[in-house]
Design a protein around this ligand. Sequence first.
Ligand code: ZN
Length: 331
Amino acid sequence: MNRKLQPYINTALAVVIPVVAFFLIWLLAGPKDLRNRQAEETVQQTVSVTETPQQEEPVRQTGGAPETNAADSAPRGEWVTENGNTYHYNAAGEKDTGWVAIDGKGCYFDQNGIYIPDRDNSNLVALTFDDGPSEYTNQILDVLEAYDVQATFMMLGVQVEKYGSVLPRMAALGNTLGNHSYSHTEMLDLKPDEVLWQFAAADELIEANAGEPAKVVRFPYGDYTKELVSAVGKPQIYWDVDSLDWDSQERSAIQTEIWTQIQGGCIILMHDIYPETAAAIAELIPSLLENGYEPVSIEELAASRGYELKSGVTYFSFKAKNLEEGRVTDE
Ligand code: ZN
């Protein structure tokens, strides 16, 4: 080694060694310090969660989302007034919309959940379509969607096996899904367990296709006993206006039959398996609306009269006459 350079090297080492040593100590100690700080924050968060109401000074949140969210703190089953508007929250903490039965009274809320106390319910009617779905069901859904109205579909298991792909659309448009048995058998000729199988088999198919089970049932030919409806375990929907579409299968005759019988609160029977029924609906819906009638799902019609549909109960009609005379259900 060049002796002349030795003093310079010594001086350089005297500076470099302490710097390197200091850096090594910082590397080892630094992350440990950081870990300690994180541990302190965790303790502080734990303290803030278990904090009692008596504590005057709130413990500072050191990060992360609050422990509660809006849905947990929303009112449930309560009327609330906000900014001059009245709303009602359901049991799930969501704002009610449309017709809802609250304490036996039909209450209407617009699409934003604002309560409309003077909304007229007198001209609501329920269209019900039996024995489908079929190749014509989509045409009927086109009309319902175009006019933003709803109906109720009483479906057969054997038809769902063929045309089940229409069910997600039917459900998404707000229609009520109904179970009309698997194969349209006369239920009074069957043993009770065979009746239960008929509705269970159809329900399984409806749920597999729609993602939700049927909410209501209708026994084929309207032939039922209270015991069987109770055993099936859903509300049953009867009808009081028969369009006779199965007999006439002619669009004008179907409409004439409905216009001679229609009254607010009625339940209209049709079948979405005939091309002339689909053709009649395309003309009927706009003329119903022009004449002040409003087609709604059976759930909304019942709710508009203050009724929440109950399992095992058969509903005949929600016309004023039936309401006055106590002939709405078989209870
Ligand atoms: Zn039928």
